[in-house]
Write a protein that binds this ligand. Structure first.
Ligand code: NAD
Length: 332
């Protein structure tokens, strides 16, 4: 009998990628539109595995229901797994993920946010289309010679760091597991968070969302930063206390912010909400700043990444069926 997988929160582009790769695996796939939560978890009855994305709510309550429905695998089609209660899943349901589908995609989007905010190409695009060729308000700064502060030096930020170094930026880094060989090779300096805050012109977040990193950017840390600092977040929304960010932007302490993720993104991101009145005052306030760019969790979104996500996700499930070692398993 075919192995049955319930996919949640899929969009047409997901279905295209997965249908194509599934030709090789032959799973029985059913796509559901909403993200997995306590209300739609009954839909998983009769399925062997669920495939979920970043905004699924796989808390203890949902995992209990999945276990009751005899779901054996939660396959995350993303790298982050902060939305899954691993303690609740332990010894009941396997959790697998896609640790690296294209670190280049996220690193390149991070760089795009930095360059756009700095050189204001988004404004120039609109201006010239309307016949406005003035330069007032478009002045940027040479990134060459400036200091980037990178929090979390894993797969994504290592690619970003190499590019920033090539562009002539100095790099200060903070990681609970520093890679000193990498630091020596690319001439970057590991330092304390306080030193990074005090010296970085651009701060970019690349650590996972954990209890330790939740709201790592808050009122206190912002107070320690250089005036006019640029903050980029392509990690997870809850790394930043958005209220504190907004205060920092209002007081001009923060010069610019590039956000691919937002702590309350699940209501809006990935959806077309253009025909509705925005009822999230915080998001509306963020969007009102002319020195803030919000993108809708799209850093991962390249052809290569989508192909790799589908391939690894289905292979993770196949490995479980074949009782092979689960190289991409996530455990407590
Ligand atoms: P990774 O696991 O390779 O690297 C994460 C690094 O963070 C590691 O070096 C780890 O030691 C470090 N770290 C862990 N806890 C830390 C702490 N408390 N303080 C400082 N550093 C800490 O991960 P990656 O593939 O580089 O991805 C980084 C994050 O990017 C993911 O966790 C995910 O949340 C996010 N992400 C976002 C997108 C997107 O589309 N916006 C796509 C993929 C990943």
């Amino acid at each position: 009998m075919n192995y049955k997988i319930a996919f949640f929160d899929t969009k047409p582009y997901d279905e295209v990628s997965f249908n194509q790769i599934n030709q090789k695996f032959g799973f029985e796939i059913k796509y559901f539109k909403g993200h997995l939560n306590i209300n739609n978890v009954p839909l998983t009855k009769g399925f062997d595995a669920v495939c979920i994305f970043v905004n699924a709510v796989a808390n203890a309550e949902v995992i209990d229901e999945l276990a009751k429905n005899d779901v054996k695998v939660i396959a995350l089609r993303c790298a982050g797994y902060n939305n899954v209660d691993l303690n609740a899943a332990k010894n009941r349901i396997k959790v697998v993920r896609v640790p690296a589908y294209s670190p280049y995609a996220v690193a390149e989007h991070t760089l795009a946010l930095m360059l756009t905010l700095n050189r204001k190409t988004h404004k120039a695009y609109n201006r010239t289309r309307e016949g406005n060729f003035a330069l007032n308000g478009l002045m940027g700064f040479d990134m060459h010679g400036k200091t980037a502060g990178i929090i979390g030096t894993g797969k994504i930020s290592k690619i970003l760091i190499q590019t920033l170094r090539t562009m002539g930026l100095k790099v200060l880094a903070y990681d609970i597991f520093p890679d000193y060989a990498f630091a020596e090779k690319y001439e970057i300096e590991y330092c304390s968070l306080d030193y990074l805050y005090a010296n970085a012109d651009i701060i970019s977040l690349h650590c996972p969302l954990t209890k330790d990193t939740e709201y790592i950017i808050n009122e206190t840390s912002i107070a320690k930063m250089k005036n006019g600092v640029m903050i980029i977040n392509t990690g997870r929304g809850k790394l930043i206390d958005t209220h504190a960010l907004i205060q920092g932007l209002k007081s001009k302490k923060i010069g610019a912010a590039g956000l691919d993720v937002y702590e309350e993104e699940s209501e809006y991101f990935f959806e077309d909400r253009s025909n509705r009145v925005m009822d999230d005052d915080i998001l509306a306030r963020l969007l009102s700043f002319n020195n803030v760019i919000v993108t809708s969790h799209q850093a991962f979104f390249t052809q290569e990444a989508m192909h790799n996500i589908a391939e690894t996700t289905l292979q993770n499930i196949q490995d479980f069926i074949d009782e092979k070692p689960l190289v991409n398993e996530v455990t407590v």
